[in-house]
Design a protein around this ligand. Sequence first.
Ligand code: BG6
Length: 488
Amino acid sequence: MKYYHTNSDFLWGVATAANQVEGGWNEDGKGMSIADCLRYRPNIDSKDYKSINTIDSQEIKCAISDPSTKNWAKRHGVNFYHNYRDDIKQLAETGIKAFRFSISWARIFPNGDDLEPNQAGLDYYLNVVKELKKYNIQPIMTLSHYEMPLNLVLNYDSWYDRRIVDYFERFAKTVIDYLHDYVKYWIPINEIDSIIRHPFSSAGLVEDRFPNQNFENVIYQAMHNQFVASAKIVKYCHDNYSDLQVGCMITRTMVYPYNSDPKNVLKATETMRDVYAFSDIQARGSYPKFLLKELKNKNIKLNIKKEDLELLKEGTADFIAFSYYSSVCTAYDTKGLKVTKANRTVGVYNKYLEESQWGWQIDPVGLRLSLIDLYDRYQKPLFIVENGLGAEDKLTCDGKVHDDYRISYLNDHIKEMLISIQDDGIELMGYCIWGTTDMISASSNQMSKRYGLIYVDLDDNGNGSYRRFKKDSYYWYQNLLSYGSEIP
Ligand code: BG6
């Protein structure tokens, strides 16, 4: 038996996002956000992320005219908005040192373009971080996690519009100025690469609002605007609060060649370059040549100002945060090969791996490979800010959830992480399980796709008591954090 331990400052934690847990969608001055327009759609394949989250102007109209909460899962979340004290207390009792969560932009600036912030929104988040401080838990704060005020979509064309950079900057500075005494770690934009895969739920882009434009060009321009906004926030923190650290955040999908056919290896390398592009820009401060070439080949023209390039250089991230759930294979010719989906990336099935109930292939070694790759590429501290298993859980009649499948997923990933810290010479700041309590799934808007250490009694249609029950994985994590990790 060999024992591995992390340093005492290692940030063991849990993670969540405002739009998936809070609810209270129109309370205390909050404006409507894009997440309030996403409904659970029982008739669509819950693994088909694109169909679920591609919505048009008609659907937005429908959402605006329907004030109900039940039809739109993220409007009710799991009531963290009112229950945060109790949820934090229960999670604190596992021994966590970090709690990653996001701020709802529309709670602070209900329309996005308001001149003054909504004080009730600021105070709400101040109360949340004070509560965390009570238990000595570090907040890891994401400023934009799959939501923005809907008004910025309807009247400005979302992140495609350069003015949104200014509004985001105003929002971010307001929040940072207000909370910097309590929050040391900041992440401007969650999974910044996701704009390519799901432009609406990630960045409010609705295709039919751009009838005369190449929508791909629109997406890439919005992506550039997000990079600029992000760099501005890094620079603002560095210039004003020297003790703050700002990270970039990417979806880390591991892509393997289907086999050793060099053509498949080349295909995998190309796909991984697309994954790296997003961290390259934020970690190194400039567009990688391969991306510029790719955009040129696709005839995509970006409006990049000279000062943007300066900003990207000045605002490089202090650490690389990433989510990791699964991996996929790829091949130059996928005809006849079984398809799989990993966190919204479609790829070729890997026969060596098991898959989750939602078809995400389970690959703990892929996490170790990701740590090695990312550290070798950037030599910056890494932070695993999301890792977890979405599964259907059963609540027993005596209020228990025996989620041994989740324990085994988490155990195997943590094991690879600890080996990597020990043997691979990487620098890792922390590890956060996704999630906290159960919450609404980002991709499918389902409640039944559960990730939490704490079960919430609620179903896909918004029915239930909202009561909380600790799962077996809760006690397992508590035990791990109390006694350290044992690796055979
Ligand atoms: C990450 C997102 O990509 O995946 C989270 O940052 C999300 O918001 C998580 O919840 C799991 O995805 P899903 O779609 O199963 O909820």
